[in-house]
Design a protein around this ligand. Structure first.
Ligand code: XMP
Length: 541
């Protein structure tokens, strides 16, 4: 399958480049910018993109790509640092700008009289589909086109390397589009992958389809077949155990295993801690049974968890108790299954989980998906034995959702908001009791149901209720009441690292509040949490 290789020099938007190209139907891989490239790394690679970087090409942390990229005849696209890197590697110079350029900057490109496919992307008269179909009419005259790009850089090209020529300039007077005269090498000072870059997708498509001639072969149907082949080779007839959390990733991973292996080979284990959302266990069970699960092990451990949490108020202590008990139960129950030593442990790890966070360098960090499994002896032992399989480890979250749809998982499971491992345990502030779990579960379900009914659920990244450890005075008819206080939380976010408060229309908030207090008698007052992250976190504990 045709593929685009992205060399990651540490830019915040490297992942976005990968996702944009995958959305166009072409497979991408991200590797560290300074990696020594093997033949295997370059197999099927039709083009290489050099990403941006927080570093300068002159600084010691400015990574240098393998010289091989310049000798393979493979088309190159340098973005920001990637362009500066190519220019420097080929003998040009790069220097610091008097001040950093950041945000929207207009770029004007001079389009030569040619039918060169890369330039076609800049021409308003040409549709993206035409570019993909390679039906680009030749033009007789040179023309210019301007658009608003998105930039973030502190350095600029001062002398172009031999063979490079400037075709576009920023309104601030610096080279913005640079092409090589005889090699298929292209450089952009701006970020076409950024959401706010006008014509960015067209430019990427022009490179991927027009220059690299990639075929859009990356589909989820194709992915299922690839997984089927690789699992058949690796797993054979051995049993596979997957721990299901109720979240999208592990449920889709379960569906994929059931689709690609014999269903009696696939053991799915789900631990109900008693801290789950309303009907969560039932929904997970139904979904997996519908997908053909034969060996579904649902463990009801509510009493064990509540007993261990009795009288505990400290958030960290609660998290530790829940996490430790989860691992203890997991170890015990896996033993009880009596699987042969040769069984494989599957995890719902995603592509983004494998990219080392923070540095943004495309190294496999072997992160372990669920916090419950971090340091879990079971996972560690299996990893050492080479018996871990991660069938989603090539996919982005959006692709996991698409795969879920293809596997016929319900939309309610696929589009479900994230839920923390300790569950309601970190949403009941103070001591956790069975009664409080029931109150919160009911109120939270009303809230979520209303968001769905009002068409707001998919606009919100995460929404939930938090039961506060205070009671407040109220009235019901002639009676004085003394009910619990519920805080509603709703945020928008890209990845949960930062979050904005969802700006609810007040009418919705008022109606939802009334519905909750009318239905859940134990709740006397509802508040809305208006704190962003930072300084607050998304969860309250
Ligand atoms: P915070 O509260 O740290 O949450 O802003 C960021 C995102 O992570 C989720 N979260 C967790 N997920 N185990 C998880 O699997 C946990 O212990 C945990 N704590 C927080 C939280 O729901 C939000 O989506």
């Amino acid at each position: 399958m045709d593929s685009i290789l992205i060399l990651d020099f540490g830019s915040q938007t490297t992942q976005l480049i990968g996702r944009r190209i995958r959305d166009l139907g072409v497979y991408t891989e991200i590797l560290p910018g300074d990696r020594k490239l093997t033949d295997a790394d370059l197999a099927n690679v039709r083009g290489i993109i050099l990403s941006g970087s927080p570093a300068s090409v002159y600084s010691p942390d400015g990574a240098v790509p393998d010289r091989r990229i310049y000798t393979q005849g493979v088309p190159l696209l340098g973005i920001c640092y990637g362009l500066q890197r190519m220019n420097k590697d080929q003998g040009g110079t790069v220097e610091a700008l008097p001040q950093r350029e950041y945000g929207g900057v207009e770029v004007t490109v001079s389009i030569p009289p040619t039918n060169h496919l890369f330039f076609a992307a800049f021409d308003r008269s040409i549709l993206l589909s035409d570019i993909i179909a390679r039906q680009v009419p030749a033009k007789s005259e040179a023309s210019t086109v301007s658009f608003m790009s998105w930039m973030s850089h502190g350095d600029t090209l001062t002398h172009l390397a031999p063979g490079f020529r400037e075709y576009g300039r920023s309104s601030t007077g610096f080279p913005a589009v640079v092409l090589h005269e005889s090699q298929p090498w292209f450089g952009l000072q701006f970020h076409p992958e950024a959401t706010h870059c006008e014509r960015g997708i067209e430019i990427i498509a022009a490179f991927v389809f027009g220059v690299c001639a990639c075929k859009p072969e990356w589909t989820m149907e194709q992915y299922i077949e690839t997984v089927r082949t690789s699992l058949a080779e690796k797993v054979g007839n051995s049993p596979v155990l997957l721990l299901i959390s109720g979240g999208v990733d592990s449920t889709v991973a379960g569906g994929l295993l059931l689709k690609t292996l014999q269903s009696d080979q696939v053991h799915l284990m789900y631990i109900d801690t008693g801290l789950m959302r309303k009907n969560e266990t039932l929904t997970v069970k139904d979904s997996l049974e519908r997908l053909g699960a034969q060996r579904l092990h649902i463990l009801h451990c509510e009493d064990e968890f509540l007993e261990a949490l009795k009288g505990v108020e400290d958030p960290e202590a609660k998290r530790k108790i829940i996490g430790d008990l989860f691992i203890t139960i997991q170890e015990r129950e896996v033993c009880n299954l009596g699987l042969p030593e040769s069984y494989f442990l599957a995890q719902g790890t995603l592509y983004t989980d494998l990219i080392e966070s923070g540095k943004g360098i495309g190294k496999k960090a072997h992160l372990i998906k669920s916090h419950h499994n971090v340091g879990s002896p079971l996972v560690e032992a299996k990893r050492k034995a080479g018996r871990i399989i991660e069938p989603l480890d090539r996919l982005y979250k959006d692709e996991v959702r698409r795969l879920g749809q293809l596997l016929s998982l319900e939309e309610s499971v696929i589009r479900r908001h994230p839920f923390p491992g300790p569950g309601l345990g970190v949403r009941i502030i103070g001591e956790i009791t069975k009664e409080k779990c029931a109150i919160l579960r009911e109120a939270d379900a009303i809230y979520i149901e209303e968001l769905k009914r009002r068409g707001l659920y998919d606009e919100i990244w995460q929404a939930f209720g938090v039961l506060l450890p205070i009671r407040s005075v109220g009235v019901a008819g002639d009676l004085r009441t003394y009910g619990w206080v519920l805080a509603l939380r709703a945020i928008t976010s890209a990845d949960g690292m930062t979050a904005e408060v969802y700006p609810f229309p007040i009418k919705d908030l008022l109606e939802i509040s009334t519905l909750i207090t009318n239905t859940v008698k134990e709740i006397g007052r509802v508040t809305y949490d208006i704190s962003s992250k930072p300084p607050a976190t998304i969860e309250w504990e």
